[in-house]
Design a protein around this ligand. Structure first.
Ligand code: UDP
Length: 331
């Protein structure tokens, strides 16, 4: 396979790139470095490009004789999506449609797509299975659902073969400790708790304690980024061997509340995070926990990092070894 990874300099993308390198695939990273980091691209060929740049995309696909694409290049913050919807529709919908146009025009018909648990909104039952209703409560989730629907239409009409992976809460870092989560500004819970433990932020705000959950704080399913990476590799291989288009959840199947994550992070670090209660964050569903039975059965996916403390420990190592993240200004 010769794989183009859009957004391959980002957090999840860089972990998939590493796995593809280890397994001997040809990988081309395509990233505009708006949120990604050049320093996260260690060995692969790197193209500094934007998904709206049709000419560069087409030239890259031709030059490297690309056979499949993994598409990460998108905005992914629930809170920001609620106040800047235009940016989210533009980048995640218009940008992805542009990528699809260029792929199809150049005969590339295999795509692994980053989707999200946010497509479900407030689920009727837990754990969530792929066939449950999709009613996103935030703009981010709506942009991803729009693209899932578009890909289903393109699949029927143009022979596109895609696998959409609905990530629950990606976290952790590669055991090597040299790539990890570095967003600016950081908005995700686990890195923020760890930064609060390190004294790098004034403290953590807990967004709401009046949700209908066991302790009132939101419950999420935290999944290690390398387990996500394995799923992408399986999806790529499945498409290469003729698998039909499909949609899969990716989570551990265990829910942890915000308070439980803070406790686990404090146990792992041996430090205390200053914290305070705050209002609910717009767009947050109360609980999102995955059933990943479908991908386990269809593709043989098996997550390795199922212990929340071990999972947080990998993130902690990254934060300790790289207190300033990648230390560049490209974020
Ligand atoms: N959260 C919080 N304080 C923060 C950041 C996040 O209480 O500073 C909560 C957030 O409301 C959500 C959970 O932690 O319920 C996970 O949020 P995150 O942004 O990490 O991921 P999301 O679920 O939005 O993809």
């Amino acid at each position: 396979m010769r794989v183009l990874v859009t957004g391959g300099a980002g957090y999840i993308g860089s972990h998939i790139v590493r796995l593809l390198e280890k397994t001997g695939e040809n990988v081309i990273v395509y990233d505009n470095l708006v949120t990604g980091h050049q320093a996260a691209v260690k060995n692969s060929t790197f193209v500094n490009g934007d998904i709206f740049d049709s000419e560069l995309l087409a030239a890259t696909i031709k030059k490297y004789d690309i056979t499949s694409v993994i598409h990460f290049a998108a905005y992914s913050l629930v809170g920001v999506s609620m106040v800047k919807p235009q940016e989210y529709y533009h980048n995640n919908v218009v940008g992805t449609l542009n990528l699809l146009d260029v792929m199809l025009a150049n005969g590339v018909k295999q795509l692994v797509f980053s989707s999200t648990a946010a497509v479900y909104g407030e689920p009727e039952n837990s754990p969530i299975t792929e066939d449950m209703p999709q009613n996103p409560t935030n703009v981010y989730g709506r942009t991803k659902l729009i693209m899932e629907n578009a890909m289903a239409d393109y699949s029927r009409s143009y022979g596109l073969k895609y696998i959409a992976l609905r990530y629950f809460n990606a976290c952790g870092a590669d055991d090597a400790g040299d790539i990890g989560e570095d967003h600016s500004p950081e908005t995700h819970l686990i890195p923020l708790v760890l930064k609060a433990c390190m004294g790098k932020t004034p403290g953590l705000k807990i967004f709401g304690d009046d949700y209908p959950t066991h302790d009132g704080t939101c419950v999420r399913d935290y999944i290690h980024v390398n387990d996500l990476a394995q799923a992408h590799l399986l999806a790529l291989k499945a498409l290469a061997s003729g698998h039909e288009s499909a949609v899969y959840n990716l989570g551990n199947g265990n829910g942890f509340s915000v308070k439980e994550i803070i406790e686990a992070a404090e146990a792992v670090t041996g430090l205390t995070a200053p914290k305070e209660m705050a209002l609910r964050r717009a767009g947050d569903p109360a609980a999102l926990v995955a059933s990943s039975v479908k991908i386990r059965q269809d593709l043989g996916w098996q997550p390795e990092y199922t212990d929340i403390n071990k999972l947080i420990a990998t993130a902690w190592r990254w934060h300790q070894d790289n207190p300033n993240g990648f230390g560049d200004k490209s974020c």
